[in-house]
Ligand binder design. Structure first.
Ligand code: PEP
Ligand code: MN
Length: 339
């Protein structure tokens, strides 16, 4: 159930509604936008008499939500969510955020050089995996926490934010000092225990779509995080598995406008994993911006042919710079900016 309060509803009126919802045994999630407060009731709401809430003072409208995701659904925050980081960078506003960096952190030199190169190209986030979900157990599995320390230092030296993948609950705590945003990878989109734990964290989470996940399943996974009280969730399309083999995955560009319709959460596009091919990353990145992506996640390596993971889909720094120049032309056509 969603209770939309009137624009100038007082705290007293809002508290009155919250109290009545709690008395009825539902969990209340509150969001206060620029003009309006919305209260989502989650739990046994079917027995509630909606008309009683409609009559309460300060209430504008009340409706039942038929979709299974209550907090991730558009109605919870009709004006959209902007996830703000402590240096003022925002995801979900007019400006499109660029997250770039290597698939894996490999060495001090590699991450420092790549950080400098992506910052010069215009990125605001440095990406890099320290815990790598590799298909083969014999492939490089990531540098772990020592790698994250290097990435933090490299990011700080360039004034960048840091995003890195968390694969299991035990990694959350040790990662906290080093990342500004947790990434949940495609393979963990339905690791519900991990999602629940990330709901307790007060740091944004970028949640990638699973390789065979529907958009409803992606939103339900976001709901797991939000139900714990962490509303700073950023979604990401990174390609899904289809019968096509030319590309590593099939980049579902339509997911971007669909998510914007169904949800208030910002939507990121990852054309690197979406295509698996360096030569197809730029066209899909351009299409993603045109389709309304709020951020892009792009693999860039200082020497992609020598990368320890995902070299084939990693851009060389100069390719990233060229792409950024193209995106700066496309973004204004759809009412956006790129830093
Ligand atoms: C990654 O970002 O390097 C990664 C492993 O992504 P995904 O979970 O989309 O495969
Ligand atoms: Mn990768």
């Amino acid at each position: 159930m969603i209770v939309a309060m009137q624009e100038h509803a007082t705290e007293e009126q809002i508290d009155g509604v919250i109290e009545k919802m709690v008395e009825s045994g539902v969990n209340v999630h509150r969001t206060t936008g620029t003009t309006q407060t919305i209260l989502a009731g989650v739990g046994p709401t079917s027995a509630l008499d909606i008309d009683e809430f409609k009559l309460m003072s300060g209430v504008l409208s009340v409706h039942r939500i038929s979709s299974p995701y209550k907090l991730a659904g558009r109605a919870f925050r009709p004006e959209g969510t902007i996830v703000e980081f402590n240096n003022g960078i925002r995801i979900g506003g007019d400006e499109i955020a660029m997250m770039a960096g290597p698939c894996s952190i490999e060495s001090r030199d590699q991450i420092f050089l790549t950080a400098k190169q992506v910052r010069e190209g215009g990125a605001s986030f440095l990406r890099g995996g320290a815990f790598k979900p590799r298909s083969s157990p014999y492939a490089f599995q990531g540098m772990g926490i020592p790698g994250l320390k290097l990435m933090r230092e490299a990011a700080d030296s360039q004034g960048l934010l840091c995003i890195s993948e968390v694969m299991e609950i035990s990694q959350i705590e040790p990662m906290l000092p080093y990342v500004d945003c947790f990434q949940v990878g495609a393979r963990n989109m339905q690791n519900f225990n991990l999602l629940r734990e990330l709901g307790k964290v007060r740091k944004p989470v970028l949640l990638k779509r699973g390789i065979a996940a529907t958009l409803e399943e992606l939103l339900l996974s976001a709901e797991y995080i939000m139900a714990g009280g962490n509303y700073d969730v950023i979604l990401c399309e990174r390609g899904i598995r289809t019968f096509e083999t030319y590309t590593r995955n099939t980049m579902d560009i339509s997911a971007i406008p669909i998510i914007h319709k169904l949800s208030h959460l910002p939507m990121t596009a990852d054309p690197s994993h979406g295509t698996g091919r360096r030569d197809k990353v730029a066209p899909m990145a351009r299409a993603s911006v045109a389709a309304g992506a709020d951020a892009l996640l792009i693999e860039v390596h200082c020497n992609p042919d020598k990368a320890w993971s995902d070299g084939a889909q990693s851009l060389a720094p100069e390719q990233f710079t060229t792409l950024m120049a193209e995106l700066r032309i496309i973004a204004p056509a759809v009412g956006r900016r790129i830093g």
